[in-house]
Write a protein that binds this ligand. Sequence first.
Ligand SMILES: [Zn+2]
Length: 296
Amino acid sequence: MREIDPHRRGKVHNHLHSEKVSKAFIKNIADNKHSTGSVYSDDKSDKKDSIKWTLKEIYHQKCAFCESKLTNDYGDIEHYRPKNKSEKESKDCDKGKSYYWLAFGWDNLLPACKRCNGKKSNCFDIDGEYKEYEGESLEDLHLVTQKYNEVEKPKLIHPEYDRFEKDIVFDSEGKMRSDNERVAYTIRVCDLNRENLVGSREEIVTDFISKLNRHLLTFDKVFNGNNLEECLEYFKVSIEDFCKESRKEYEYSLIRKYIKDNLIEFLESIEIGYDDKGFAILIIESAFGEFCLEDK
Ligand SMILES: [Zn+2]
């Protein structure tokens, strides 16, 4: 999960003003449930300017929850507030409810991978009071998430309206956790510590540590006490790449950002292939100071 600037969403997607969507909305209201199947696409679901394409653009072509890249036709339109009600309670969430009137609400739509969409399913637990349909027109329901969140106090994070990155902690094996209840709920409900995600994140960490260790070896051979600046150059490309890939457009970028922002703590927690660990940390810290460019 990365925080997304809400301004990236822009104006309500054109297709949500179409007659097809308008009819589907009216039918949902008449039936008191989502009963209209998928009408988002107009049979061009992954063409430029489709809803799915636009959502993927807003989220840097990534799943809103797990940060997996949604390449080509991969990815679903996920409803932050579920359009259908859960059939049964699960270990992860209560029975929940159907927000059938928000099935076409613009900021209720998020891009998600099939795994997160399947895992989250219709989970949407709240700590506040449930909102009900109050006779609004479709046009009045496109940007109601923040207003609803104030009343319902949902447990699930919305990447555009919540600030949560600083509440996420990673270990060197790629697992994420949080002491913030809402973030922990989102991690659990979307299963963000599933095997393939942890594996991919661990690979990022081990790859980076092995590069640092290699550079430290070279550094050790050539450093004579006077040529520090020159020797830091050995770290340049690896650190520049690592910091560049901590930007939001890169897959699994949050773990890189976490390491970058908590560098010393992270380095202290791992094995470093250098006898004087304190000195190695000092060298790596200096190299980051030199070569890690600020987020754009
Ligand atoms: Zn995902």
